[in-house]
Design a protein around this ligand. Structure first.
Ligand SMILES: O=C(O)CCC(=O)C(=O)O
Length: 245
């Protein structure tokens, strides 16, 4: 099945990070601090102290943006060009996330249920796996041709029973660590509950406007990069995360 971001909502990019680059990122970020974006546990934890109620452990954005290779990856010219083709303008990087999904025997909830993202009018996401992902440890799942489809537009979570009869053309994205994809997250998508192992995922969001819920200025400390060291980083595209000085 061919896949294309602009026409079908999803495109595979192949390998976006080498094993060495992934090791650099993981070494930099270590075991935490992590937080649960859904608030099932308060405060921070590490990969060794995951609270039983938490399924996801997000690194702080200010740590993610400082991790090696992250800004270069998010600024890849081919990625920006694909995002621009959907957004209709030079994109801004408006979110950067890197998180663990922890295995559980509990049923799917939150982002593990089908949904459309609604943080901006239009958005594109780059996802890169930092662990090997197979059917048992949390593959990302996307329903092709749903970004422009006007059924099921209520911003809520949907079950497989509601989605699959309407949208049977589904991509379950497995791949080795480093594998990347881009999606139009207005299209229906979800995570899968990891069963066998934890999954580590990087995500860059591209959009037109700043995402108001992201509080770039409070929790987040913008990175100051001297112009002499900013090769490969577009100051305009990266303006919510970086000042090139
Ligand atoms: O973790 C995943 O595979 C899905 C993430 C997701 O639903 C999102 O970024 O909106």
């Amino acid at each position: 099945m061919t896949s294309d971001l602009a026409t079908r909502g999803l495109v595979m990019l192949g390998s976006c990070l080498t094993r060495e680059q992934i090791d650099d990122i993981r070494r930099h970020l270590g075991s935490g601090p992590l937080h649960d974006p859904y608030g099932y546990s308060r405060g921070t934890f590490t990969t060794e102290t995951v609270p039983p109620a938490s399924r996801l452990g997000y690194y702080k954005r200010s740590d993610v943006v400082r991790a090696p290779h992250v800004l270069a990856l998010a600024n890849r010219e081919d990625v920006l060009a694909r995002a621009a083709a959907v957004l209709g303008c030079r994109p801004a990087i408006t979110d950067l996330n890197l998180w663990w999904s922890f295995p559980t025997d509990e049923p799917a909830k939150d982002s593990q249920l089908w949904h459309r993202d609604c943080d901006d009018w239009t958005m594109v996401k780059l996802f890169v796996y930092l662990t090997d992902v197979d059917d048992t440890n949390g593959p990302h799942v996307y329903a092709y041709d749903t970004a422009g489809d006007d059924r099921l537009t209520a911003i809520t979570r949907y079950s497989d029973d509601e989605i699959l009869p309407l949208y049977p053309d589904i991509a379950t994205v497995t791949g080795p660590a480093g594998a990347g994809m881009m999606s139009n997250p207005r299209g229906m998508h979800r995570a899968t509950v990891p069963k066998s192992a934890r999954r580590l995922m990087f995500e860059a969001t591209y959009s037109v406007m700043a995402l108001p819920a992201r509080h770039y200025g409070s929790e987040f400390r913008k990175l100051q990069i001297p112009a002499s060291e900013a090769g490969g980083i577009d100051p305009w595209v990266s303006r919510f995360f970086v000042d090139v000085v």
